[in-house]
Design a protein around this ligand. Sequence first.
Ligand code: NDP
Length: 456
Amino acid sequence: MRILNPATGALITEIPEDGAFAVRKKYARARSASAAWAATPIGKRIDAIRRFREQVVARHETLARTLTEEIGKPIRQSRNELNGLLPRLDFFVAEAARALREEKVHADAKEKLEERITHEPLGVIANISAWNYPYFVGSNVLVPALLAGNTVLYKPSEFATLTGQHIGEMLHAAGVPADAFITVLGSGMSGAALLRQPVDAVFFTGSYATGARIGAAAGRKMIKVQLELGGKDPVYVCDDADLKAAAASLADGAFYNTGQSCCSVERIYVHERIHDAFVDAFVAEVKGFRTGDPMDESTYIGAITRQPQLDVLRRQVADARRKGAKLLTGGNVVKGKGNWFEPTVFAGVDHRMALMRDESFGPIIGIQKVASDDEAVALMNDTEYGLTAGVYTPDEKRARRILSRVRAGSAYWNCCDRVSPRLPWSGVGHSGIGLTLSTYGIQTFTRPKAWHLRGA
Ligand code: NDP
């Protein structure tokens, strides 16, 4: 497997891919380690994750540079991802024992009856992960899964292979047994080989297209499956919003990580009373973003990680222009080495355009004028996805009224593109099934067992 730098096209290294035989052997190791890891006291498992955190802190700059080199993320944003990982680890470490402890839910002394719930590990789980935030999407799954006593077969995306290797090395250095956490390296083929093993559960982060296939296969096997998939996340800017503040916040929400976030702002609706002034302020923000060498400290827009995505973006631009949208800035693939696309803003868009319907996953956004809150709600809901949605207004009641009518896993008032370890992260529709983060996102890696205990 050739690991390429998406910013330059240069070869970073070559790594042998795990074929079907290697994957089978790795599965057998994970299965044989399962009982011992499940029986390891929770305190020891928590200590291991604490030491993993220490590893992340100690290796911070090396990890950030590897991430930037292999996925083209601007170096400051790679550091931000690692900094953001720490509070997630702190949350899991602080909450795991409470979330996983045995619960007494009923006691009847006269009947000598007790009812209890224990949280049993699922067993051997397959974690197939995306490349865009490998530390976030990886740790949302593999950390609580390990804390809950599961052994984990972790397949990072081929585009985040070196980061996946770092994660494995750090967990092992932290004391997680080599067979309790195993990295499976390779492309989608290795992922498919992993899913042919008799794992007990599948936790997948990636696109709707792949997720739908994986969900169907898991359904036939009757194993637990969680799918964290894409989005086409909408935001509505009301007529009473602070338009300069909203423009700055939304430009960041749409273009951070070069627009390659599951919860990137992908559609903006603006009330007609402030539409033109908002568009001017938004375009000014975007024109201020610096595109360039991802290792440069001042770079904000980095490379497009997967080369085929350039075609998706190119097609969305052509389609929007053909159907009458107004291109305000950008619109082109940048010629030269590596994968680059200009930050692109359209106004005058509508829902006939792919730009407003299909996940873009790149530095491109459409802004649509609306006449009322009702029209905004109807357009926000006119999608198969449902990951996040936001409203900008000083009026909390108005924001809550609108957001309570929008079908999405997360609701944002005057903010966007934000994830908290304390809150569940989930999607509806094509954005997925299940959740990570919050205490629910620890318990999701367990099977609640019901105990009916009657004394003699
Ligand atoms: P993909 O669906 O292309 O890939 C996801 C993972 O699945 C990768 O590890 C990939 O391997 C693997 N894979 C591909 N084909 C198969 C197969 N047939 N069987 C098993 N595994 C397979 O998504 P991306 O990695 O490109 O990630 C981008 C998508 O992820 C976007 O849609 C984004 O919105 C979504 N996402 C969702 C998040 C959420 O929390 N809801 C968070 C982050 C991203 P390989 O890459 O090696 O081909």
